[in-house]
Ligand binder design. Sequence first.
Ligand code: ADP
Length: 480
Amino acid sequence: MTTSVLSVASEVFPLIKTGGLADVAGALPLALAEHGFAVRTLMPGYPDVLKRVGRGKIACRFANLFGGKAEILAVRYGELDLLVLDAPHLFDRPGGPYVTPAGYDHPDNWARFAALSKAGAAVAQGAIAGFSPDIVHAHDWQAALTPVYLAVSNKPRPRTVVTIHNLAFQGNYPSSIFADLGLPATTWSIEGVEYYGNVGYLKGGLHAADVVTTVSPTYAEEILTPEGGMGLDGLLRGLGDRLVGIVNGIDVEVWDPQSDPAIAKAYSARSPKARSHNKRALEGEFGLRRDDGPIFAVVSRLTWQKGLDLVANACDDLVERGIRLVVVGSGDQMIEGQFLAAHARHPDRVGVRIGYDETLSHRVQAGADAILIPSRFEPCGLTQLYGLRYGCIPIVTKVGGLADTVIDANYAATSAGVATGIIFSPPAAPALVEAAERAHRLYDDGKRWRDMQICAMNADVSWRASARLYADLYRDLIKE
Ligand code: ADP
């Protein structure tokens, strides 16, 4: 029997993406289909999304959803079964999903994502004829009010799951918006959405959900501590075994070096030497000098969380050690500036592209020898999984999902032939440079590097194992 699930997310790959959340919201439904779950995904109708999916069929209407008329359009996009919330007063505007063209938060984000959640709750309780989900799965703060709206309704409701993709983003707003959320006064409380005198969307969702998941077992432990809990550790500790860590997978069809149309030459774990064509192509694309040394890469938001200030500060050290660097990313202007300055100092050794470029990220993973991910915290991280799949050895800090998905090339792991990358700690420049040196030595060894690459490429980074865990969790919830 098919069980139906409503997933609510503010971004869904390939339609709109600012980070890993989109990859998960886009890929998990397909993986769950194999376990007998039919997932429909509710997402905002941003202009680009509506342009790409077309008009679809009107599945339901709202006369007034946070200040204007809205409709939910039912549409298929590839294998995704989408419900697109078309609310022009909230979503039809330039800029990104969360920010204006000038990079500031949309001032009404509180209303935009309360609307997404309210629509989610309505759909969960039968607003669309013929659809009554057994499970509602809300992703991150943008969807976290969904279980809150459901909890206060007196109609029967499905079981609810909230997934934390990054606790650093919580959706906290001044108390003045509370009256406009349409929630009963009782929710202005410790068990509701009140959060140190503000309204906390994620906080409210964590309280209201039947189960809370996050995206790796190690992160599920880290967020129980005052350092990792970002103010919510007390609440999270109170969840006990209602908090579960499940590592993300990746879409191994989109990310497949054997069939990737973006890369210069296809290759696989059986033909890793063919990667060298992609390395030459990458050197050409970034104007790097050709030599026998390794190329280390960064593909990331350039932020403090990602530890990229450490790489920016270590550029000269790395170059001195014969390492060339390729950096693709955008974010913190100071870090961007540091990388551009490093490029100016070493034009043929440090290549930099400021911006977001999905196809280029494939070419980097296929051509670079290693991918640097020195995050200070990392709920799961997808970049290291792409690196594993493409034989681009991840050099990562020992935090969150990085620690859960990479096997360090220490003596035991290399002897047993199971190493897939380099893990270092703490997230600081000396440890980073030492890890880079260790990687360089392995690279120079040739055979040990090749063995590690093959091992990395053979690691199972698909959704297979994790989709089963989500499926079990859903089944247990329905049984309860
Ligand atoms: P986060 O969601 O915290 O940014 P993840 O590692 O979970 O980090 O996911 C980041 C995703 O965004 C990955 O798919 C990564 O390849 C992609 N990405 C980040 N920056 C860029 C960029 N500048 N160009 C292309 N892809 C990028």
